[in-house]
Design a protein around this ligand. Structure first.
Ligand code: SF4
Length: 329
C-alpha cells in the first residue's frame, strides 16, 4: 500500500512559566492512501498536538517541534516554510475541528464561505466556484443546495453546520483530511450520521483521513487502523480488529473496559484508576507504570521497546518482552 504520510520520531515541547511540557515524545506513525487512521487517547495524551503538528499549527513561540520528521507525499512538513504551508493547508491537507460554529463565519452566507477557499487557491471563475459549492453541499447530504447557498450558518442545525464544515474542508479536493473530535459537539444520532458521511465521502473521493478522538464508539464505526496514545507516546497500534479483539497493552485493555456497551450493566464498567503522567517531568520508563496492575520493576526504569506482534499490530509493553524479569514493583 502507498503511504501518504509518515511521522518519524516526532517530539513536540511547550515552554510555560512552570517549565517545559514534553507533549509528544517520539511518535512514529504512518497513514496509507485512502484509509482512516484513528488516534485515540485521554485528554493530554498528545493526540491533538500530533495532528496539529502535521498542519504546522503548533502555537509559536511557546510550542516547538524539537525533533523528528513528518513526510507528506515525500515532503518533510517540519522543514517546509510558512508560505509553502499556507499553500498546502486547505488544498492538499484540510482540517476539521470540534465545534462547527467556530469554523463558520456567522456574517457570511454558506455559499460565500464555501467558494472563498476555492477562489483563494485557484483562479476558478465565480460560476464554476458556485457549481462546485453546490456539488459539495450535495455530497455532504444537504438538500436543495442551490437555495441553501444563500443562507447563513444560523439557519442550519448543528449537524447541518458540521456537514457544511466538511464540505468546506473537501472543496479543494485534499489528499488528507484531519478531523479532530469532529462529532463531540453533536448529539449521538447526528454523530452517527456524520461518521457514516465520512465513510461515504471516502468511498467516493478516496481521501485519506486521520481521526482524532477519545470516543471508541466512533473509532469502531469508521477506522481502518488505530493508534493508541498515552503520555505523549503511541503505546499500541494495529488494525481495528487488533485493537478491539486482541488488545495487548494494559492501557488499551483498560480503555475498552471503561466504555459502556448495550449488553453491560453499569456497575461492571471499570474506570482506569489514577491520573496520566506529569509531562513536565515524564517518567523515564513506561508512562503507564503508576496505573498498571501488571507493573514490574523494569517498567519504571526503562521504556519498553516496540514488540511486533504481526505485520499490522505493534505494542510497547514489557509484558511482550521475554527479557523482562517478572518482578512486581
Ligand atoms: Fe504495565 Fe509495564 Fe506494560 Fe507499562 S510496560 S503497561 S507498566 S506491564
Amino acid at each position: 500500500m502507498e503511504k501518504i504520510l509518515e511521522i518519524d520520531d516526532l517530539h513536540v515541547h511547550f515552554s510555560t512559566y512552570g517549565g517545559t511540557v514534553q507533549a509528544v515524545r517520539g511518535v512514529n506513525l504512518y497513514l496509507n492512501k485512502g484509509e482512516t487512521l484513528a488516534i485515540v487517547g485521554e485528554s493530554g495524551s498528545g493526540k491533538s498536538v500530533t495532528s496539529n503538528s502535521i498542519m504546522q499549527l503548533i502555537p509559536s513561540p511557546s510550542g516547538k517541534i524539537v525533533r523528528g520528521s513528518i513526510r507528506f507525499k515525500g515532503k518533510d512538513l517540519v522543514q517546509t516554510s510558512k508560505k509553502e504551508m499556507r499553500a498546502i493547508r486547505g488544498v492538499d491537507i484540510s482540517m476539521i475541528f470540534q465545534d462547527p460554529m467556530t469554523a463558520l463565519n456567522p456574517t457570511l452566507t454558506v455559499g460565500d464561505q464555501l467558494t472563498e477557499g476555492l477562489k483563494q487557491h485557484s483562479s476558478v471563475s465565480i460560476g464554476k466556484a458556485k457549481k462546485k459549492a453546490i456539488e459539495m453541499l450535495r455530497l455532504v447530504g444537504i438538500t436543495n443546495p442551490e437555495s441553501r447557498l444563500k443562507q447563513y450558518p444560523h439557519q442550519f442545525s448543528g449537524g447541518m453546520r458540521q456537514r457544511i464544515v466538511i464540505a468546506m474542508a473537501l472543496i479543494c479536493e485534499p489528499d488528507l483530511l484531519i478531523a479532530d473530535e469532529p462529532t463531540t459537539a453533536l448529539d449521538v444520532t447526528i454523530q452517527a450520521q456524520i461518521m457514516e458521511l465520512f465513510k461515504e465521502i471516502q468511498d467516493k473521493t478516496g481521501v485519506s483521513i486521520i481521526l482524532v478522538t477519545h470516543d471508541l464508539g466512533v473509532v469502531a464505526r469508521v477506522a481502518d487502523r488505530v493508534a493508541v496514545m498515552y503520555g505523549g507516546k503511541i503505546i499500541e497500534t494495529g488494525d481495528k480488529d487488533d485493537i478491539f479483539y486482541r488488545p495487548q497493552h494494559p492501557y488499551t485493555i483498560g480503555l475498552l473496559q471503561s466504555v459502556p456497551r448495550l449488553d453491560m450493566k453499569e456497575d461492571i464498567l471499570q474506570p482506569i484508576d489514577g491520573t496520566p503522567p506529569d509531562l513536565f517531568a515524564p517518567p523515564q520508563g513506561c508512562p503507564f507504570t503508576a496505573r498498571c496492575a501488571h507493573a514490574m520493576q523494569v517498567c519504571a526504569n526503562v521504556h519498553p521497546a516496540t514488540s511486533y506482534l504481526s505485520d499490522s499490530h505493534q505494542v510497547e509493553c514489557w509484558l511482550q518482552d521475554a527479557r523482562a524479569k517478572r518482578q512486581p514493583v
